[in-house]
Design a protein around this ligand. Structure first.
Ligand SMILES: [Mg+2]
Length: 260
């Protein structure tokens, strides 16, 4: 009889614990080992921000204006640490592996976006909360006008390797036409010395238009001139969505801002 009471009490206790656990998410974990959440499955910025970043890269999180305030530390660590470089390297490695399989002709071009693809504005963003602060056109333009943005190292390597295969490079950027001179200077300082075209945004035509519209339209013009876009790389989904996107597209990481 005592044993039965004990078993009953034990069963009730276990049941209560399971309810407790379920409320805090124990039973909802996909896989229970080494989850970096607290013992009750509660919110931890490091884990939640990583999920947010994956959502951004997969284009599930769209039209966002700023990095969540809680994620400034996470994004800063990501950008300045090894992961950003490693993720970029994977993208560029895949791009070159693909390029090597092609029979290149003189009309084949590869489209590179500029900011956060060819040139890095990380020195600027490191002083502006890694995307937590709302976009500021004045300070951002001041930074661009300095003309000292460094190359993204993996992108520069890819650029050189594509050139060595005989592929022509077209830079297509959302920077306005009045930043052409400083962009040319900056590209050369950063190690980009050769290109077929550098297309900047004519704001008299594209004012108020999305980057998807602008870039699609410019790629279409290029193709009408007889070029074939065999590859297209950018840090924004708007670099690789729309029309005339190219035979293959490659998305570099960018958890700092979103351009539609
Ligand atoms: Mg960009």
């Amino acid at each position: 009889m005592r044993m039965k009471v004990f078993v009953f009490v034990l069963a009730v206790s276990v049941g209560a614990w399971q309810c407790e656990g379920s409320e805090h998410g124990h039973e909802n974990q996909i896989f229970p080992l080494r989850m970096k959440t607290g013992s009750g499955g509660h919110y931890i910025p490091e884990v939640s921000c990583q999920s947010w970043r994956v959502g951004v890269e997969a284009h599930n999180v769209v039209e966002w204006k700023t990095v969540p305030a809680d994620c400034e530390g996470y994004v800063g660590n990501y950008m300045l640490g090894k992961q950003y470089r490693s993720d970029s390297k994977t993208v560029c490695h895949e791009a070159f592996s693909y390029a090597k399989t092609l029979n290149i002709t003189s009309r084949d071009i590869w489209v590179f976006d500029v900011d956060e693809t060819t040139l890095s504005n990380l020195p600027y963003y490191a002083h502006h909360g890694f995307g937590v602060e709302p976009y500021n056109a004045t300070t951002s333009d001041e930074w661009v006008e300095v003309g000292e943005a460094p190359a993204l190292p993996e992108s520069l390597k890819l650029y050189k390797k594509l050139l060595s295969l005989g592929i022509k490079i077209v830079f297509l950027t959302g920077r306005p036409l009045n930043q052409k001179a400083v962009t040319v200077t900056n590209l050369k300082i950063a190690g980009y010395h050769k290109w077929e075209k550098l297309i900047l945004k004519d704001t008299s035509i594209y004012h108020g238009k999305t980057a998807v519209t602008y870039k699609s339209s410019e790629r279409k013009k290029v193709e009408k001139e007889g070029y074939k876009i065999i590859g297209n790389i950018g840090d924004q989904w708007s670099d690789i969505l729309g029309t005339n996107t190219g035979q293959r597209t490659f998305k570099l990481p960018d958890p700092m801002y979103y351009i539609s």
